[in-house]
Design a protein around this ligand. Structure first.
Ligand code: GSH
Length: 245
């Protein structure tokens, strides 16, 4: 998953080996990480083609006309995009180790919480990009996290939102929680008052110890270094490179 990011002018990679799905990704895209988390939790075989977002290869538009990451190429040759659509597809198609609750009501409630979390995501983006940041974004983040703290502590009472193992809700919000420390760096230091989010902090520690989560995880220093390069107008996608996967 840490292969070099392909850019305009690059040659299109040969098709994925038989039996493997292909994820078009970017190592620092939290939406692409959502898909990796699902693939890894369900132990589905896949390879990764990383894309340089500010200089996308011409051939990528033939694969995925929206030009967006993440995109998942299936064995049929069909290509799906949008992290939530892909996550739901994978959970329905690969029945082993369900991530969504099998109870339709609980599943619907979890999907509403994923939707609610997108408000935190948007406020976080405003902080990081320094656009429209202010008390408004801070409030959205603080109130949003309090809602999730309450949900874990009072409504669920389980180690993960999904119960004793991470479920779909856990995986869909994790990429931004993994990046939580960046808020101290780019936002207000008071945003992450750990005493206010005791259950979420315990949850976060547990998540970071899950082998399937560890696979795509990066430390806060790496996220901060990447965001500094992004803000400087030169996103350094290849800062962590190796030749595996
Ligand atoms: N709603 C989409 C959002 C995906 C998204 O914003 N991807 C970004 C990278 S993190 C992207 O493809 N940006 C390039 C572009 O929009 O041209 C999802 O859930 O997959």
């Amino acid at each position: 998953m840490n292969s070099p990011h392909l850019a305009r002018g690059s040659r299109q990679p040969s098709p994925p080996p038989k039996g493997k799905l292909r994820l078009y990704s970017n190592r620092f895209c939290p939406y692409a990480q959502r898909v990796m988390l699902v693939l890894d939790a369900k132990k589905i075989a896949y390879d990764v083609v990383n894309i340089k977002l500010y200089s996308k290869p011409e051939w990528f538009y033939d694969v995925c006309p929206s030009g967006r990451i993440p995109a998942l190429e299936l064995e049929t040759g069909d290509v799906l995009y949008d992290s939530l659509v892909i996550a739901d597809y994978l959970d329905e198609k690969y029945r082993a180790h369900h991530l969504h609750s099998q109870d339709p009501l609980q599943k619907a409630k979890d999907k509403l919480l994923i939707e609610e979390f997108s408000r935190i995501v948007n406020a976080t983006s405003r902080c990081i990009q320094s656009i429209g940041r202010g008390l408004d974004s801070d409030d959205v983040i603080v109130n949003g996290l309090a809602r999730f703290e309450h949900e874990l502590a009072n409504n669920r009472g389980t180690p993960f939102f999904g119960g004793v193992k991470p479920g779909m809700l856990d995986l869909m919000i994790w990429p931004w929680c993994e990046r939580a420390e960046i808020l101290k760096f780019f936002g207000s230091v008071n945003l992450l008052n750990k005493d206010k989010y005791k259950k979420l902090m315990e949850w976060s520690r547990r998540m970071s110890e899950e082998p399937s989560v560890k696979r795509s995880m990066m430390d806060s220093d790496t996220h901060i270094k990447y965001l500094q390069s992004y803000r400087a107008g030169r996103p350094d996608y290849d800062m962590i490179l190796n030749s595996t996967n």
